[in-house]
Every structure is written in C-alpha cells, then in structure tokens.
Design a protein around this ligand. Structure first.
Ligand SMILES: [Zn+2]
Ligand SMILES: [Zn+2]
Length: 137
C-alpha cells in the first residue's frame, strides 16, 4: 500500500507526484530563516521533506536557480511558482516540496520549526512540535 500525493504550480505547466511507503516518510517543517522568508515572500517557509526517489515531475520541466547560500529552487518559468528546494548536501537525497503546491496538503501537518531565533516577533510557536533555534539539514 503506497501513499500518493499530487501537486502542481498555478498554471498547470508543472505537475508532480509523490509516492511514499507511508506518510511518515514525509516531514513537514516551518523555517523562519531570512532566506526562506525572502524566497516565499512571507514570514516563514513551509516545506515537506521527501526522499528523492519518491518525487517526480509528471508534466513539465522546472527552471532552477541556486542562490549564494547553495540552496537551489525549482520553479515554473511560466507562472513563477516555486515547487521545491534543496541545499547542496540534500541535492541527491531529498526534495523539500513547497507545502502549498500540494493538492491535498492537510494530511502532512508540520512536525517542527527551524530557525526559531529568526521568528517574526508576532508569530506564535506551533504547539506540540519540535523547535530548533537554527539549522535545517
Ligand atoms: Zn506554472
Ligand atoms: Zn529557511
């Protein structure tokens, strides 16, 4: 029994599928770092970590951009929506999928928060998840 999820960008040019043995193989986290803030255009980034073998595009090819800190993001070159990201060390192992691009993300609630020291002052902690002051791997 596999766990399947689908997601896409706003314009439907990119459609992807996630296939996992179990939803426990996915891990959704918030990241309050300044890099995520700017990329997402909000006060935190929200991604779901997926083993790379479980992530594939069914339609379209993304554009990629690697920023100074080594984080690469894959995005739609038509509508501009970010689909996923990964650091240099995660490149061959994981995809951090932008949670909001999943068709049905509610089954993957956050398990933790990273870079809490950079949390926006008005943003409360999420209860009953782990809280780290800094790093995401
Ligand atoms: Zn698009
Ligand atoms: Zn971050």
């Amino acid at each position: 029994m596999t766990f399947n999820l689908q997601g896409r960008c706003t314009c439907h040019a990119l459609v992807y599928r996630i296939t996992l043995d179990s939803p426990d193989d996915a891990r959704t986290t918030l990241c309050h770092c300044h890099s995520c803030r700017r990329a997402f255009g909000t006060n935190y980034g929200l991604t779901t970590k997926i083993p790379i073998a479980g992530f594939q595009y069914e339609k379209g090819q993304p554009k990629t951009y690697t920023q100074d800190n080594g984080v690469t993001r894959e995005f739609c070159d038509v509508c501009g929506v970010f689909i996923c990201e990964y650091g240099e060390q995660a490149k061959d192992k994981f995809r951090y999928v932008m949670w909001g691009t999943l068709d049905e993300p509610d089954g993957l609630p956050p398990k933790g928060e990273f870079f809490c020291r950079e949390r926006a002052g008005w943003m409360p902690e999420i209860p009953d998840v782990f809280h780290k002051q800094e790093i995401k791997e």
